[in-house]
Design a protein around this ligand. Structure first.
Ligand code: ADP
Ligand code: MG
Length: 246
C-alpha cells in the first residue's frame, strides 16, 4: 500500500539514500531503525516530499510519483501524495500562537477548507482519542512535552492520512512522558493505523512494530517481520546494532 522503490537522495556530494526500497503494509507499524545519520529522517521526508528524491518511486495508495533527473513533477501531484501522509516530528512543532484545539483544526481549515464547526468537532474527537480533551484550550507552552506530542499526533491524524509518519516521536521526552506517547501510538496501532516510524528506541520498536527495516549508511541491510528481525537477525550488522542497544 506504501511502496518506496529504489529511492536515491543526495545532498551535494553526500549520497544519503542509496537505492532504498521499502514496503509498508497496510494496517501495520513499520519501524525504521538505524544509527544516527543512517538516513531515517531523510527517508521519511522523501515519503511526504518535504525532500524530493533524485530518483525512485514513491507510491501511496493510488498516488504515485516517479522521480528521475529531468522529470518535472507537478505541484498538484506533490500535494496529492503529501495529503495521504501525516507527520509527527521529534520536537512536536506545534504552532505556538494557537491553542491545542486550534492546532488540530488548522490543517482542516486551511488545507482542506472545512467549515469551522466541522473542523472543530473532528478536532475534539481527535483530542479525546489522545487523551487531551481537558487541555483543548491550553497553549502549547503550558503543556508538557508528552502532552504536546499527543496534540501533534491528533493534528497529524486530522486529514485521515493513509500513513502516519513518525520521526523519533519519543526521543525528546524523558521516560515517563515517552510512555504516555507510546501508549497513544500503541492504541493507534491496535486500531489499525498504518505507521512508518523512524526510531533508535529499540524498545519502542519492539513494543509496537509489526515490521522492521534496518537502515545503515542509506541502504536497507535487513527488513522483515519484527519477530524475525529482532529474534533471529540474519545480517551481522543487524545483530551488532541490536546488541548495542539492548
Ligand atoms: P538519521 O535520521 O538516520 O539520523 P538523517 O536522514 O537525518 O539521518 O541524515 C542522514 C545524512 O543526511 C546525514 O549525513 C545528514 O547530515 C544529511 N542531511 C540530512 N538532511 C540534510 C539537509 N537538509 N541538507 C544537507 N544534508 C542533510
Ligand atoms: Mg533522524
Amino acid at each position: 500500500m506504501i511502496t518506496l522503490s529504489d529511492i536515491h537522495k543526495s545532498f551535494g556530494d553526500n549520497h544519503v539514500l542509496k537505492g532504498v526500497s521499502v514496503a509498508v503494509p497496510e494496517g501495520g507499524v513499520t519501524a525504521l531503525i538505524g544509527a544516527s545519520g543512517s538516513g531515517k529522517s531523510t527517508l521519511l521526508r522523501c515519503v511526504n516530499l518535504l525532500e524530493m528524491p533524485q530518483s525512485g518511486e514513491v507510491r501511496i495508495d493510488d498516488a504515485r510519483i516517479q522521480f528521475a533527473p529531468g522529470n518535472k513533477i507537478s505541484r498538484d501531484a506533490i500535494l496529492a501524495l503529501r495529503r495521504k501522509t501525516g507527520m509527527v516530528f521529534q520536537n512536536f512543532q506545534l504552532f505556538p500562537h494557537l491553542t491545542a484545539l486550534e492546532n488540530v483544526m488548522e490543517g482542516m481549515l486551511v488545507v482542506l477548507k472545512w467549515p469551522r464547526e466541522q473542523a472543530r468537532s473532528r478536532a475534539l474527537e481527535l483530542l479525546e482519542k489522545v487523551g487531551m480533551t481537558a487541555k483543548a484550550d491550553a497553549w502549547p507552552s503550558s503543556l508538557s512535552g508528552g502532552q504536546q506530542q499527543r496534540v501533534a499526533i491528533a493534528r497529524a491524524l486530522a486529514p485521515a492520512p493513509k500513513v502516519l509518519l513518525c520521526d523519533e516521536p519519543t526521543s525528546a521526552l524523558d521516560p515517563q512522558l515517552a510512555g504516555e506517547v507510546v501508549e497513544v501510538l500503541a492504541q493507534l496501532a491496535r486500531e489499525g493505523t498504518t505507521m512508518l516510524m523512524a526510531t533508535h528506541d529499540l524498545r519502542l520498536a519492539a513494543t509496537i512494530a509489526s515490521n522492521v527495516v534496518f537502515l545503515e549508511s542509506g541502504e536497507v541491510v535487513e527488513a522483515g517481520p519484527a519477530k524475525s528481525v529482532f529474534g533471529s537477525p540474519r545480517d551481522e550488522r543487524t545483530k551488532r546494532f541490536i546488541s548495542t542497544l539492548t
